[in-house]
Design a protein around this ligand. Structure first.
Ligand code: HEC
Ligand code: HEC
Length: 363
């Protein structure tokens, strides 16, 4: 007789550790039999490749990985490309220059992004995570597909300023890339579609869903203290009509009252409709403690300034969102609770996940 309850599963941490040990043992045996260092490398590559899983309670993603199945070699290639300054005209700027892992892949402490030849853009680089759920990308929704989006920064004269044919030639002339493309796609041919698919395998699997907030919502009542819980309640009362859980956005475009006369047309630059002037995508607030400064132009350095904007700084114009007219009635107590709650959306496991780190650091 067993007195252990039947069917109790080990935690996922234990299971993956066990899987890792078993894989390593198998590899070690294979090494004996066939001298296959390569096999160990293969097993390690698999362990380093994220599996795309929809977190519990989340909607289905928009980007469909069935058209771009994630493989260990495809993901590794995407990661290599993301961190490679070869993608810019003069080899000085990589995607990671403006999208830094420790800042949840935003550009830390840069109000507007800073690209090639020290040229400045006009918008704040957003954090990159949960991208597979975005119906459109960019603050104004000007990119429709995760796969095509990188063509923007690669060609943008203030970002990477590269000509695509020249960039592809650089990759073809590189000693390593043809082999990497062969491993990922079956032949060493390098074209933009393959480059973009590999990048999407990397960026699309960056899922951030393990903050203290997530643990609390998942049933661990001790994950948030009393003040943080009060902050969540205040958030649900004041903010959640636009910043909708679990992704913390409804993906609509709105004017949250930053300027009575917006300089940046925002959504209107895409739709050409006057009513969309000054509207921007409601951004996710996940990892918000890690991604200052805030708003599409990075005008606020702290979350306190953001809350003071919503309390008393909302511009009185006819295009400001009706939900925000006259500002939000946030009491001093609610303000303090919100400031305690917002950083519980940070996900240090994501910003420290070695699978998304610069591959050069560990070679
Ligand atoms: C010079 C800085 C810079 C570089 C280099 C750069 N980006 Fe960006 N990225 C930005 C900025 C700024 C935005 C927001 C632009 C906007 O909304 O108009 C952005 C937006 C994005 C978005 C959309 C995110 C969202 O929430 O909608 C993705 C995805 C992205 N970048 C991926 C990449 C990839 C992949 C590369 C490399 C090929 C790259 N970026 C290179 C600054 C940069
Ligand atoms: C009417 C919809 C709406 C409501 C309600 C709202 N927001 Fe926003 N929020 C937005 C929009 C739109 C933006 C982007 C504005 C821009 O950059 O031009 C934004 C931006 C932000 C940002 C900056 C994010 C970043 O990555 O730069 C923070 C932080 C924020 N909101 C927090 C809150 C909090 C906290 C509340 C409640 C007190 C709240 N919001 C209520 C629509 C809303």
């Amino acid at each position: 007789m067993f007195d252990r309850p039947p069917g109790r599963l080990a935690s996922t941490g234990q299971v993956s550790l066990l899987a890792a040990v078993i894989l390593l043992l198998i590899s070690a045996l294979a090494l004996d039999a066939r001298g296959g260092i390569g096999l160990i490398a293969d097993q390690l590559a698999l362990l380093r490749t994220p599996v795309f899983r929809v977190p519990a309670g989340w909607p289905q993603p928009v980007y469909d990985f069935r058209d771009n199945p994630i493989t260990a070699a495809g993901f590794a290639l995407g990661r290599e490309l993301f961190y490679d300054p070869k993608l810019s005209r003069d080899g000085s700027v990589s995607c990671a220059s403006c999208h830094q892992q420790f800042a949840a892949f935003a550009h830390y402490d840069h109000a507007v992004s800073h690209g090639i030849d020290n040229r400045n853009g006009t918008r704040n680089a957003p954090g990159l995570f949960n991208l597979a759920w975005l119906p459109q990308l960019m603050w104004d929704g000007s990119a429709h597909n995760l796969e095509v989006q990188p063509l923007g920064p690669v060609a943008n004269p203030v970002e990477m300023d590269a000509k695509l044919p020249a960039l592809l030639d650089r990759l073809r002339a590189d000693p390593a890339y043809p082999k990497r493309f062969e491993a990922a796609f079956g032949s060493p041919d390098i074209d933009s579609q393959r480059m973009l698919k590999a990048l999407a395998q990397f960026t699309g699997t960056m899922i951030s869903a393990d903050s203290r907030y997530d643990r609390y919502v998942g049933g661990d009542a001790s994950a948030l203290n009393a003040t943080e819980q009060a902050g969540l309640a205040a958030f649900r009362a004041r903010c959640a009509s636009c910043h909708v859980e679990p992704l913390f956005s409804d993906f609509s475009y709105r004017d949250n009252g930053l300027d009575a006369a917006p300089r940046d047309g925002g959504r209107a630059t895409v739709t050409a409709r006057a009513v969309d002037r000054g509207s921007f995508r409601v951004p996710s607030l996940r990892n918000i403690g890690l991604t200052p400064p805030y708003m599409h132009d990075g005008r606020f350095d702290t979350l306190g300034q953001v809350l003071d904007h919503y309390r008393s700084g909302v511009a009185g114009s006819d295009h400001v969102d009706p939900l925000l007219r006259g500002g939000l009635p946030i009491s001093a107590e609610e303000r303090a609770a919100l400031l305690a709650f917002l950083p519980t959306l940070d996900d240090p496991g994501f910003t420290h996940d070695l699978r998304f780190a610069d591959p050069a650091r560990r070679r």
